[in-house]
Design a protein around this ligand. Structure first.
Ligand SMILES: Nc1ncnc2c1ncn2[C@@H]1O[C@H](COP(=O)(O)OP(=O)(O)OP(=O)(O)O)[C@@H](O)[C@H]1O
Ligand SMILES: [Mg+2]
Length: 346
């Protein structure tokens, strides 16, 4: 689908502020020359949208199901329920990265990790932000920690097991962090191969996990470069808000530089639209623009805005356990399935 069609769809839905108003007889639909009904029909596809996720495809879930259009305005593929795995590893390392603050990096790291663990994957979450928000989000008090990811980076000979914490989610472990990590940014500057310190620290853990998810801090400094050097994939959460795309050029430039100079394996896995509110024209327009700019890089899965996420931080657990039947939990399960489908497609 090209940008014009995406825009047409965004424009088309602009007049429909509620689910009830959006239907086939909508005159805007004809005026904008939307694709005819059944256009995306693929008789070979065994399409059975996950019912929980389909419920999030507002403003008109029924229509979108019929037309198989996902919230990004593109045909929604079916992501199969992942089968079991026997031996863990070697781990795919994913950096959750955007230098813009408050876009949903930490929330996505926790909940993607928990959803992957629900599907039987062994997951390690790495809190790589001195704020320690990921640790807090999993019920850990960073101030009480003696050993954190900082020690693992700076002290040679320290075994990862001494720092690792088990989480309440079966199969998901945590490398916690706290304010100590901010010193690493300065101390690493004088180290040899300073950009690959995290990569070296994670190396012994590669075969214990299927996924290692690194939650980056909101900056493009040395810590984030370390995360990108250690990673195979980057996920970029983008908030569906004004200026969502501001700064993304700098981020992709940084990713490319790391690719060229430090880590040729690094790839952008996807752009994740977060805090999407299907009821507002604005959110839909931002999403359409993001799809226009990044096309297939944008995940089909979109994370809606809901107060359940801030609640989970207070509760200190992922949404998949805190509100297992919520749309937020369904969205991150769908994301896990999409991420796994992308991995298997390689
Ligand atoms: N889909 C969502 N709907 C509503 N609130 C959300 C959603 N995702 C995250 N939030 C809330 O938005 C705030 C910022 O989210 P989060 O901490 O995940 O972002 P971040 O990118 O990690 O921020 P920082 O850059 O500060 O590390 C948090 O209070 C979180 O609970
Ligand atoms: Mg964060």
């Amino acid at each position: 689908m090209d940008g014009r069609q995406v825009n047409a769809m965004a424009g088309n839905s602009a007049g429909n502020e509620s689910a009830e108003l959006a239907d086939y007889s909508d005159p805007h639909r004809v005026a904008y020359g939307e694709l005819p009904e059944g256009h995306f029909y693929d008789p070979d596809a065994e399409y059975e949208p996950d019912p929980e996720y389909a419920a999030t495809l507002a403003p008109d879930a029924a229509r979108q199901r019929r037309e198989r259009i996902g919230p990004t305005g593109r045909p929604l593929p079916y992501f199969p329920i992942p089968g079991p795995v026997s031996e863990p590893g070697p781990a795919k390392i994913i950096a959750m990265c955007n230098q813009k603050g408050g876009v949903g990096k930490t929330t996505s790291a926790i909940n993607l990790g928990a959803a992957l663990a629900e599907y039987g994957r062994r997951v390690l979450l790495v809190d790589f932000d001195p704020q320690g928000a990921l640790s807090v989000g999993l019920g850990v008090n960073p101030m009480e920690l003696e050993l954190t990811v900082y020690n693992l980076l700076m002290e040679r000979g320290l075994a990862p097991d001494e720092v690792l914490l088990k989480t309440a989610v079966a199969g998901m472990d945590l490398l916690p962090s706290n304010i100590d990590l901010s010193a690493a940014e300065v101390q690493l500057v004088s180290e040899v191969a300073r950009e690959s310190t995290l990569q070296r620290a994670l190396h012994p853990l590669q075969n214990d996990y299927d996924f290692i998810v690194i939650d980056c801090q909101p900056s493009l400094g040395l810590l984030t470069v370390n995360a990108l050097t250690a990673a195979h994939k980057v996920i970029v959460p983008l908030e569906c808000e004004f200026f969502a795309l501001r700064g993304v050029a700098l981020l992709t430039e940084t990713i490319e530089k790391v690719q060229e100079r430090l880590n040729p394996e690094l790839e952008l896995d996807g752009i994740l639209a977060t805090m999407y509110d299907s009821r507002t024209v604005h959110s839909r327009e931002v999403l359409a623009r993001v799809v226009e700019a990044f096309d297939e890089h944008v995940y089909h899965t979109v994370i809606g805005r809901t107060v359940r996420f801030p609640e989970t931080t207070v509760a200190g657990e992922p949404i998949t356990t805190y509100a297992s039947n919520s749309v937020g939990a369904a969205a991150y399960r769908q994301l896990a399935r999409e991420v796994l489908a992308r991995c298997h497609a390689e």
